[in-house]
Ligand binder design. Structure first.
Ligand code: ZN
Length: 448
């Protein structure tokens, strides 16, 4: 059994999550951001499992209407009272500092400090997650109960950070396919000590890349680890020539909470990725929702100038669970069995997207004689009748308009059976896979 097939089983996906768990524990404390050494350390850990190609893109590099910001690094940060005791300490939790805070070293009264403090009165035990990437600012995030204990008086406020020209770092694991078309998995790597968002996306991407690395898929898969928004914009700006050959793609994240699996359609809503999700997730504990221009990096991949066949797989959507973007989204919030179910669904989706294609019937005038080509007979434990049906459905709809997924949906026949039948038709010379260019050409021909 191939590794990707193994990941599609309950035991295989559970074992993969168990193997990756120590890595998540090592990644959790790291202060990641959209740039900086936290991202590089995270990629170092990912690279202990899968090979990566890394890219360092200089500050100021344009990406459409955006540009790569200064690189942010932080060594230490704290607020100390008059006795020198740290009342807030970045070393205790990376969420304590507003991500991308400019350097500060100042003595302030509590009243002067208050506008720079962020807490959640309705969740007094949780530290909120705040960022200030594109407005230079600084601040601290803390538990509301600790904020209420701060006495009047003066405080030493220190953020030992740097905002300097540097680089944005992202990485790809590329699994070469047998053809010249490709597919994409994108997960963001910019969140500091938060687990569901998005160590689970990183874990699922590693699991898929690791499993696929041992195989030769049909499509070339690019598994991309990059920061949110600016990372996908940079990736798009550097890979624009590849995009016409992109067959499918998924943005992934939020894969370990107990909410149901949620697939968000691409902007077009009827792409091969959307139909693959319909096939894989129908019947599972899952929901499929329409595109909206809010969310993760699908916003960039599906922006109207690209309009790519890229959907999104999460469990609860962003902002739709209480612990979202707070210190309560820690490793104890992740349910390993939910993450395993997500990995399984992702592996299934990847397998379907990879195998899905359009065939051209090479003998379209009348039914070809199957018997003389040895195409009758039982295959893979199904009855000869079912296999013959699969052949006939494929021959009938291999017209340049229907792919294997849509034929599976039309016929109600099982996906593995259709994949097997398609391979047998190709081997017998009755059909062949067609590329995107030929597909476009065939769609303009009359049906013969
Ligand atoms: Zn987030």
């Amino acid at each position: 059994m191939s590794l990707l097939s193994d990941l599609r089983t309950p035991s295989g996906s559970a074992a993969a999550v168990q193997r990756l768990w120590p890595l998540l524990e090592r990644m959790y404390p790291i202060c990641r951001s959209i740039t900086g050494n936290g991202v590089r350390q995270t990629l170092d850990l990912i690279e202990t499992v899968i090979p990566l190609q890394r890219f360092e893109v200089p500050t100021g590099t344009p990406a459409f209407d955006w540009e790569v910001p200064p690189e942010w690094n932080i060594r230490d940060a704290y607020i100390a009272d008059e006795s020198g005791r740290r009342v807030i300490d970045f070393r205790a939790h990376s969420l304590h500092v507003v991500n991308y805070s400019a350097p500060v070293r100042q003595r302030m009264t509590l009243d002067e400090l208050q506008p720079h403090l962020h807490s959640m009165p309705d969740r007094p035990e949780w530290i909120p997650y705040r960022t200030s990437y594109y407005n230079e600012n600084w601040g601290f995030c803390l538990r509301h109960r600790d904020r209420e204990r701060l006495a009047q008086g003066s405080y030493d406020v220190v953020i030992d950070s740097e905002l300097e020209p540097g680089h944005l770092t992202y990485a790809e694991c590329v699994i070469e396919g047998s053809g010249d078309e490709l597919a994409l998995v994108y997960t963001h790597t910019c969140h500091p000590s938060l687990a569901n968002d998005n160590l689970t996306g990183i874990a699922a991407a590693i699991a898929i890349a690791h499993a696929m690395h041992a195989e030769r898929p049909r499509l070339t898969w690019r598994i991309v680890f990059g920061p949110g928004t600016i990372g996908s914009l940079v990736w798009l700006s550097r890979n624009e020539p590849l995009l016409p050959r992109l067959r499918g793609g998924l943005v992934i994240g939020l894969l370990g909470d107990p909410g149901p699996l949620t697939y968000k359609r691409s902007r077009r809503g009827d792409t091969a990725t959307d139909r693959a999700a319909q096939l894989v997730l129908s019947g599972a504990n899952a929901q499929i929702v329409d595109f909206e221009p809010y969310g993760y990096d699908e916003r960039q991949f599906c922006s109207p100038g690209f309009d790519l066949p890229v959907g999104r797989l999460t469990r609860s959507a962003n902002g739709r669970y209480d612990e979202y973007h707070t210190s309560a989204d820690d490793l104890s919030f992740i349910r390993p069995e939910c993450l395993a179910e997500s990995v399984r669904a992702l592996a299934e989706l990847v397998a379907v997207i990879d195998r899905n294609r359009k065939l051209r019937n090479l003998s379209p005038k009348g039914e070809p004689r199957l018997g003389k080509r040895g195409l009758y007979g039982s295959v893979g434990g199904v009855s000869p009748g079912q296999f013959e049906q699969a052949l006939l459905w494929l021959l009938s709809f291999s017209d340049g308009r229907h792919d294997l997924v849509s034929i599976a949906q039309k016929s109600g026949l099982a996906w593995p059976l259709l994949v097997e039948a398609a391979e047998r038709l190709e081997a017998a010379g009755l059909a062949r896979s067609i590329g995107l260019a030929e597909e476009k050409h065939m769609q303009q021909e009359p049906i013969q």
